[in-house]
Design a protein around this ligand. Structure first.
Ligand code: S3P
Length: 166
């Protein structure tokens, strides 16, 4: 059995939370791509960025994505995973439902307020973040087979919506 579904979306859109819950409902494994990278490097994402830079992180992310797609369960990607065209291609060609968890920039900014773990979020002011958000919207749209508007919805409700559509 292959991965049941893949979650994509901006930082703070709920990929990890929803993925964990969805996997619990389906009684299958949950893989979080960031967590896989952290475990492999034995360093936080923040530390990987600080020590080796973003390009290093992105290469690792691509490698781990290809590995993760061979495994069974629910896969929560990182917010930047679909940026690379080759990664998008892997997602599209996987034949697994790819769910875009869409949250508005306002909701994301509120949710991530004070977050210390995301180097990209920390390095940007509100205007830059909104710019990145709009740049990435089309990338998520292109990668996904299903889009879910998640604003003002509890994770359990989002899980119900996903279960209906996959
Ligand atoms: C990133 C998102 C993060 C993490 C890294 C880069 C991005 O994942 O992979 O900090 O480029 O949007 P989350 O979406 O889980 O925050």
């Amino acid at each position: 059995m292959m991965v049941h579904s893949i979650l994509v979306g901006f930082m703070g859109s709920g990929k990890t939370t929803v993925g964990r819950l969805l996997a619990a409902h389906l009684n299958c494994t949950h893989l979080d791509l960031d967590a896989v990278i952290v475990a492999r490097e034995r360093k936080s994402i923040k530390q990987i960025f600080a020590d080796h830079g973003e390009a290093y992180f992105r290469s690792l992310e691509s490698k781990m994505l290809a590995e993760a797609l061979k495994r069974d369960g629910i896969l929560s990607t990182g917010g930047g995973t679909p940026i690379r065209p080759a990664n998008r291609q892997l997602l599209i060609n996987s034949d697994i439902p790819v769910v875009y968890l869409k949250a508005s920039p306002e909701v994301i900014i509120n949710r991530l307020n004070g977050d210390q773990s995301r180097p990209l979020f920390q390095s940007m002011d509100k205007q830059k973040l909104i710019h990145l958000y709009h740049e990435r919207e089309s990338v998520y749209e292109q990668s996904a087979t299903i889009r879910m508007d998640t604003d003002h919805k509890e994770p359990s409700e989002i899980v119900r919506m996903i279960l209906k559509s996959i």
